[in-house]
Write a protein that binds this ligand. Structure first.
Ligand SMILES: C[S@@+](CC[C@H](N)C(=O)[O-])C[C@H]1O[C@@H](n2cnc3c(N)ncnc32)[C@H](O)[C@@H]1O
Length: 257
């Protein structure tokens, strides 16, 4: 029984060896593919925020190619309420462009001392303004102003990664000269999107990065392309860009209905 193997036995063994080799190759390819996929996923998540040497006006944290600006401290709050702002930035034009309804619930995220919240509140008499900021000192200044007679502004202390807004509660989120300094822009915007009602709107006013004549620190300005990139990243649809203001872009977005 142990004589020389027949031709059939030799071919059978060759076939089995070839099948085993093919199987091993398939397993190897599958393992390599799996490893590559995992690696890519990790890389994408970890490249969302990158760390760099901080610029003079930056925090050394990069989001979608943009270094995030330093937060304006409450010590500089007087600048927000400077009388020259009316002529310089034309806030009344910006507010008219919002096309508010009297029942609107508006979140002013990065409200500061409430320069915009105080002017918007009378336009939403059956609604209200949710005034969000991470600096309690800013909210204290807002409340001191509010005490002069405005009743439908509700202060909310946010966190750097959470605006602390109730879900599906707001018609409009407004961010004036603020978004560029959110240390966790993606997380804050995810919170804003969750807080928006379906079809709700987001409006950003950002100093024009494309215009060197706008005398604002580099990282406190944003280009239209960059704002659109960052809003698209959280699923918001661009509606229009209004460039009537002298210094800021007004960008309008909408949450899908
Ligand atoms: C330059 S001020 C603008 C204030 C106001 N929007 C205005 O135009 O007068 C930016 C404000 O954004 C606030 N801010 C920064 N990061 C924030 C965050 N993650 N969530 C909410 N507010 C934030 C700052 O505390 C500051 O009051």
């Amino acid at each position: 029984m142990t004589g020389r193997p027949s031709l059939v036995q030799i071919n059978g063994r060759k076939l089995r060896n070839q099948m085993l080799l093919t199987l091993r190759c398939l397993v190897l390819v599958a393992v390599l593919w799996g490893l590559t996929a995992c690696g890519t996923a990790t890389l994408q998540a970890s490249t969302e925020y990158q760390t760099v040497t901080p610029s003079a006006d930056g925090i050394g944290r990069v989001y979608l190619g943009r270094e995030i600006a330093q937060t304006m401290g409450h010590q500089g709050a007087g600048w927000l309420d400077r009388p020259s702002r009316v002529l310089q930035e034309r806030p009344q034009v910006a507010i008219a462009a919002l096309d508010l309804s009297p029942t609107d619930i508006v979140a002013d995220v990065g409200v500061g001392t409430g320069y915009f919240a105080r002017r918007i509140a009378p336009l939403v008499p059956q609604g209200k303004v949710l005034a969000v900021d991470i600096q309690p000192e800013m909210l204290a200044m807002l409340q001191a102003e509010e005490a002069k007679g405005i009743e439908n502004v509700e202060p909310i202390l946010g966190q750097p990664n959470n605006p602390n807004l109730p879900p599906t509660s707001i018609d409009l989120a407004l961010m004036v000269d603020a978004y560029h300094e959110f240390a966790n822009p993606r997380e804050v915007m995810e919170g804003v999107v969750t807080a928006l009602k379906p079809g709700g709107r987001v409006v950003l006013a950002e100093y024009k990065a494309e215009n060197p004549m706008v005398m604002i620190k580099r990282l406190h300005k944003m280009s239209v392309a960059q704002v659109r990139r960052e809003m698209a990243a959280v699923g918001l649809n661009w509606v229009k860009t209004d460039d009537r203001l002298p210094e800021q872009h007004l960008l309008f977005f909408q949450k899908p209905a």
